[in-house]
Design a protein around this ligand. Structure first.
Ligand code: GMT
Length: 376
């Protein structure tokens, strides 16, 4: 198939899923055309069957806001015309689903065969941004006009139906990981760079948006490190990075916390960790948690979110109420102190996710879904 993929090229779950899906599909012989304003994060090496089409925005004195949405729609139409796309697969509804709809209208008006538009909903496009009154109608319209809709968890599919009152079928296709890269192996990372042998290493990876509750990560770590020798490795950056740094200084934790900023190859760092913290307010799935588990690292996350589809509570992690950092720290301390239990949790971490979320299995689901939508 000739497949167009549009995503946000910056670090974030939706862009990572889109990029890795494209790479996996290219390995299967499909021709993949990424259309975005920059080369997607993690698309850092040349790969056969993968092409990139950059979208420009034109500055003009009348434009207070550069109309990226329009140039993206025009580029989607152009790439479809030039490369005969069968499918345009957009990741994150806003504004990508709207642009794909517009691209189809342009092509139809030109008498050119239109591609099928598949929209994958990732999370905050539904739970935060899309539900905002200023975006609600256009988001609902664009989702409903897609030829196919997927959501990264049942939690998100249910949320979409409830928030947007739509009856369209939403196919649940979970996030996935590449088992060649994400695996538990103490040898891939140099743990001694971050912690001594007698210290526990806790880790958090995110784009430091308020929804990730990074300050909770620091509160949990403060309680853990008061009881046990421990270090905290923070990976990623975003709006709450400054707040997090301030909090760390205020709590006098500076020599116990290491900030690495954005990292392309988290699989080289995750296996060093003893515990992964993801105390998010909202999490439609939790790709960061999946990648940690795949590397054999138990997760402390939040209940009532899509993490329930990823973490097996009491088997490879704990899911606890949002904001209850005392309970989270308590569970973390007890787990880290119990060597047998920690070993068992680490073993179940990779074993349980391998049954459900390996790339091979999930990418086939997307392939089958494309065929179903094309056939229908
Ligand atoms: O919120 C983020 O951290 C990024 C966001 C995105 O859309 O880029 O991630 C969402 O998509 C991921 C991939 O499908 C999911 O695993 C994350 O759970 C989801 N984030 C939230 O729902 C907050």
């Amino acid at each position: 198939m000739n497949i167009g993929i549009t995503c946000y090229p910056v670090p974030g779950g939706s862009g990572i899923v889109a990029t890795e899906l494209g790479q996996q599909l290219a390995l299967r012989g499909h021709l993949i055309h990424f259309v975005s304003y920059a080369l997607p994060f993690r698309l850092d090496q040349y790969q056969a069957n993968v092409f990139y089409h950059g979208v420009d925005t034109t500055a003009y004195p009348l434009f207070k806001f550069p109309p990226y949405t329009l140039t993206l729609a025009a580029k989607m139409a152009e790439v479809t015309r030039n490369f005969d796309l069968d499918v345009i697969h957009v990741h994150y509804a806003i504004p990508h689903a709207t642009c794909a709809y517009l691209a189809k209208q342009i092509l139809a008006e030109q008498g050119i065969a239109t591609p099928k538009v598949i929209t994958t909903l990732h999370g905050t496009d539904i739970t935060l941004v899309g539900a905002d009154p200023s975006f609600y109608d256009i988001t609902r319209f664009s989702i409903r006009c897609s030829d196919g809709i997927t959501a990264v968890s049942k939690y998100l599919a249910d949320e979409t139906k409830e928030v947007f009152k739509i009856e369209n079928n939403i196919k649940v296709i979970h996030n996935f990981y590449d088992e060649q890269r994400f695996k538990p192996s103490a040898t891939v990372c140099q743990r001694s760079q971050f912690a001594n042998d007698d210290e526990f290493l806790l880790m958090h990876v995110s784009n430091f948006r308020p929804v990730k509750r990074t300050l909770d990560v620091i509160n949990i770590f403060e309680k853990v490190s008061a009881k046990l020798p421990a270090k905290l490795l923070l990976i990623g950056e975003g709006p709450d990075t400054i707040l997090a740094r301030r909090q760390i200084t205020k709590k006098r934790l500076t020599d116990k916390v290491i900030f690495l900023g954005n990292q392309n190859r988290v699989e080289a760092l995750l296996p060093c960790a003893d515990l992964f913290l993801l105390p998010s307010e909202e999490e439609s799935f939790g790709l960061a948690a999946l990648e940690a588990l795949a590397c054999g690292v138990p997760v402390i996350g939040t209940s009532g979110t899509g993490l329930v589809e990823v973490v097996n509570d009491e088997e490879n992690g704990y899911l606890l109420p949002v904001g209850d950092t005392t309970l989270m720290a308590d569970k973390a301390i007890k787990l880290l102190q119990d060597e047998t239990k920690l070993k068992k949790f680490k073993e179940s971490a990779s074993r349980l996710v391998a049954e459900k979320f390996k790339a091979e299995k999930i990418v086939t689901k997307y392939e089958n879904y494309y065929e179903e939508i094309l056939g229908g």
